[in-house]
Design a protein around this ligand. Sequence first.
Ligand code: FES
Ligand code: FES
Length: 152
Amino acid sequence: MVTLRINGKAHIVNVPPDMPLLWALRDVIGLTGTKFGCGMALCGACTVHLDGQPIRSCVTPVSDAAGHKVVTLAGLGTPDKPHPLQTAYVEEQVPQCGYCINGWIMTAAAFLAEKKKPSEAEIKQALEGLKCRCGTHVSILKAVKRAATMMG
Ligand code: FES
Ligand code: FES
């Protein structure tokens, strides 16, 4: 049994401690906004926040998350009170298939929480390595810049 604190709520899950956090989030708890992409810490689709830092949940065992604060895309904002990045994504009409959204937004959210008024170069560096197979990178950059302005 492992107790996970996710989006402000405690979940007691009966899983092996070495199970990837991603599996527990998606298959046991049902938080499917966190995506499986590569399973090898390469694409960022599975990103969640662990004590405010972005981590790749596909290679993080649940035992590493126990006792820590986990935030997923579902916990970042609500339909009534979306995170500025969620608002900016809608306003810039970013998504195509949408599969990559989790990785970009969770990574950018952790970055913007620490860095006010970032330059374009700093944003690009923070998001380095993330993938969008639909090629929406220009729109993503616009949305992150818009959110940065909203948060600035
Ligand atoms: S699924 Fe975790 S980094 Fe790709
Ligand atoms: S919108 Fe399809 S992978 Fe990014």
